[in-house]
Design a binder for this molecule. Sequence first.
Ligand SMILES: Cc1cc2nc3c(=O)[nH]c(=O)nc-3n(C[C@H](O)[C@H](O)[C@H](O)COP(=O)(O)OP(=O)(O)OC[C@H]3O[C@@H](n4cnc5c(N)ncnc54)[C@H](O)[C@@H]3O)c2cc1C
Length: 416
Amino acid sequence: MNVKPVLTLDERINDIRMRTAEIVNAEILPNEARLWPNRVSAEPTDLERKEAHELREHVKARVRAAGLWAPHLPMEYGGMGLDFLAHAYMNEVLAYATGAAALFGVVAPNSGNQKILVKYGTEEQKRRWLLPLVEGTMESGFSMTEPHNPGSDPRSLDTTAVREGDQWVVNGHKWFTSNGLRADFFVVMCRVQDDSGEEGRSGQMAQIIVPTDTPGVRIVRGIGIWGRPSSDHCEVVYEDVRVPLDNILGRVGDGHQAAQDRLGAGRVYHCMNAVGQMWRAFDLMVERAATRHVHGGLLQDKQFVQGFIADSYQDIQAARLMTIHAAERIDQNDLAARTDISAIKVFVPAAYERVVDRAIQVWGAAGVSNDLPLATMYQAARTLRLADGPDEVHKVLIAKQVLHNYARGEGWDFGN
Ligand SMILES: Cc1cc2nc3c(=O)[nH]c(=O)nc-3n(C[C@H](O)[C@H](O)[C@H](O)COP(=O)(O)OP(=O)(O)OC[C@H]3O[C@@H](n4cnc5c(N)ncnc54)[C@H](O)[C@@H]3O)c2cc1C
């Protein structure tokens, strides 16, 4: 990966990017097949698995020693304590290698749950759930989407948590709870009924921590996706699941805000990840175009392929600059960031999909093989267009905010 200091960035962010790139280039890219043998082989041998584990631990140790561990967490919880923008800039570099984030201590959905616990957790919740997540001795999931209700309209969710004495009794049906097979606990989005009103207004949403070994939690299946027979995105039934009152995160009514906190910031990180992945796909495409002879000449000399390169260049530049702009606005606590977050949530995954699609085309059959990361990227890009709020929902939000400004007689100021 060709990363040099960015002239407009301060020294600290450039230093983080350069040191991240050093590890990506030296430790991860040359070893991708050995680090993740299950990507290239359906049945890695025990020796390959052992070697992969040792290699991953070696890279993690180097990341920790370089002070690049857990960029999303405050220092007091073992993270880098990065501000938003620095984290976004770091993400585009570490995402260049598919799956590298895990080697830097960022593993979804644990990372999102960690952030929610940092913000909403009590000291006891942090001790019990956050610290083990950070240390890697526990796993977690985020359980919000339901099969019978539209995930794009979270107000429709009907999983309930009813207060009975000093317990919440949770009943509901969720699906696509990622990491469900390995999780020790789920953060479950529930509509709360608590007539006492002590925890907040009854009927509102809250997120409640549910250990997965609580009686009544049933993992129905790991849902098969993209032609594979199963995955760790789980269908989960909660049947009279009883957990202590203390397991609520924040107060009743905080549920939507906590989900927004998680998703809003997450969208910028996802987009910077997508930029890193596009960068990789672009490099792969250009490298192949420069070496593959077809019909009497190199691919790079064919105008179709030059068009792919030029279009991809524009997609990446536009996606990257829009995402950095959104991150800058969030850093300045600018309310208008909401429009930019929606804009990147629509634009970047679509640009990512286009860039990867062209790279696959240039590589021919190899493009869809597991020898290259392009097929995985393609599926990730397509999935991003509907996860964390589908395209249409974000387009509606953009239009509403623009129309609101015009209705107030202000128009839209693209300069601010
Ligand atoms: C791989 C993967 C991992 C996931 N991980 C998790 C997880 O860990 N936890 C979790 O809780 N959820 C998870 N999800 C679920 C994801 O967040 C939802 O799929 C998403 O919010 C969309 O909800 P839905 O699937 O119910 O689609 P629906 O809400 O039914 O929407 C279907 C389609 O309707 C259209 N649509 C929606 N609203 C409008 C509108 N206003 N105007 C026009 N068209 C519209 C869109 O095209 C949308 O794609 C995951 C999903 C995937 C694919």
